[in-house]
Design a binder for this molecule. Sequence first.
Ligand SMILES: [Fe+2]
Ligand SMILES: [Fe+2]
Length: 274
Amino acid sequence: MNISVLAENTSRDPAFGFEHGLSLYIETNRHRLLFDTGASGLFAENAAKMGVGLAGVDTAVLSHGHYDHGGGIKTFLALNEQAAFYIHRRAFEPHYANHAGEKAYIGLDPSLLPDSRIVLTGGRFIIDDQLELFAGVKGSRLLPSGNLDLFVKAGDEYRADDFAHEQNLIVRENGKTLLVAGCAHRGIVNILEAFALLENRMPDTVIGGFHLYNRAADTTEDAGIVEEIGAFLKDSGSLFYTCHCTGLEAYGRLKEILGGQIRYLATGDRLAVE
Ligand SMILES: [Fe+2]
Ligand SMILES: [Fe+2]
């Protein structure tokens, strides 16, 4: 399958704008899939530059209810007339982050919710024999400390976000399995363990942000934690492509541990996954 990075936090090529957000285009032998839409309409501008036809997308998936992944949903729905958009049923709850001592809204645009093409998901959600979503990852190993700055509002009360609205995508093709995570707020280690429980194996390839950079506090995850995560990833035997909220500093540490088993994906990159 082929993957194009439509938006993430960096770009290697000045032709492509970048932003704090994530958007990936995944083409399999049966599907043209959009995974997240970045923070704005930038993903669509970059798609046009890369020759990716968003009108031809048949399936769209949102990883979780944060604006840096769902900010382009409206743009996508205007450009594409047929794709179903799979979004967790709790993703539209009001999400907030600490920002300069205040709570800043970082959720989705709630006016989108009545759109008839949005399919609300939850738990394990099988789209077909090639595509599957899973949410509700349990486990508390090596959770991102950046989660402590993230909230969901219930009435007038800000509660710690438990990321029930986060879902991960499994893509199967030619006997190989790809796992795609958006921000891995539930922790990439817990997500991989949940995957292994479902599939009795580790994925061949993993793509996603690992949330090792806390944007609210402008800090990188503790070096010892990153090393523990790196050791787990190495033992998994999977091949990793990371980007977005992993942050370049934590990526550098993971690269020291994983070597060629991990690579960074920047906006405009194209990737063939076996
Ligand atoms: Fe997020
Ligand atoms: Fe994110």
